[in-house]
Design a protein around this ligand. Sequence first.
Ligand SMILES: Cc1cc2nc3c(=O)[nH]c(=O)nc-3n(C[C@H](O)[C@H](O)[C@H](O)COP(=O)(O)OP(=O)(O)OC[C@H]3O[C@@H](n4cnc5c(N)ncnc54)[C@H](O)[C@@H]3O)c2cc1C
Length: 259
Amino acid sequence: MKQYKAPVLSNQQVSERYWHMVVDTTIIDSSIDPGQFFHIKCADKYTPFLRRPLSVYRINKNTVEFLYLVKGKGTTEMTKIVEGETVDLMGPLGKGFVIDPTSKTVLLIARGVGVATLAAVAQESHEKNIHCVAILSARRKDDLLAAEFLEGFGVEVYKVTEEDGTSDVVDVRNMIVNEVFRKYKIDCIYTCGSRRLSQMSQLIGEQFDIPGQIALEEHMGCALGACYACVCDIQEEGVTKSVRVCIDGPVFPLSKVVL
Ligand SMILES: Cc1cc2nc3c(=O)[nH]c(=O)nc-3n(C[C@H](O)[C@H](O)[C@H](O)COP(=O)(O)OP(=O)(O)OC[C@H]3O[C@@H](n4cnc5c(N)ncnc54)[C@H](O)[C@@H]3O)c2cc1C
């Protein structure tokens, strides 16, 4: 287990509910992959006692960026960390996404802050000359802030929101099948952030014979495989088995996860 006190280069509110943190990772000597996460001590005190897991949003040579939704006590405490302070990180942890360099076009399907996890897939795909199409679903237009970030990597972004009445799963499925699949042969589907969208992604993956990967987000305790707080089920050769999201995942083959 690797634990670091990493300098915070910035920590800013980027929309009503989202914050963005940039951390200097010069002291981290291991490579960091899309889909991996850090287990973060949110405050320099005993509460909140449990760390909170955050995926890497963007991976740079000497920095890592996090995009986080302010949800409860942990993430609220994180907003109080200011530039120049350090943040206590454990990681990088977990098994990330596998990005096949022979892929030509891949589809990202993210709901809400799920985009924070998939953005690094877009970044690596861009580096590997793989075209990305992304469906970003959110409650409000204001929550679609990562769209521009993805577009910067050449991603073709489709935005759907509850506010616009465009985010219903049936409509999203129709958009994928009637627009995206007509335009491109999709080599892989990557998804994160919504059980309903993931179920739909699993079904279209099965129907159109497209492999997929999903990043699961469960409450975590230790993130080291010891506490079993983050167990979920997968199906392998007709047998259901329990896996720990922290060390067996958080990324799993989409077809295997019991949703
Ligand atoms: C691998 C992974 C990557 C993630 N990446 C991101 C990301 O990039 N951006 C983002 O915004 N969110 C991400 N999340 C979700 C994020 O971790 C949660 O939103 C965050 O932990 C919420 O913490 P909170 O204290 O602000 O909110 P709360 O919902 O208040 O905190 C969670 C509540 O549940 C309790 N709790 C936490 N863990 C446990 C547990 N193991 N057992 C029992 N109770 C528990 C806490 O004590 C607290 O009361 C990720 C989650 C996972 C698993």
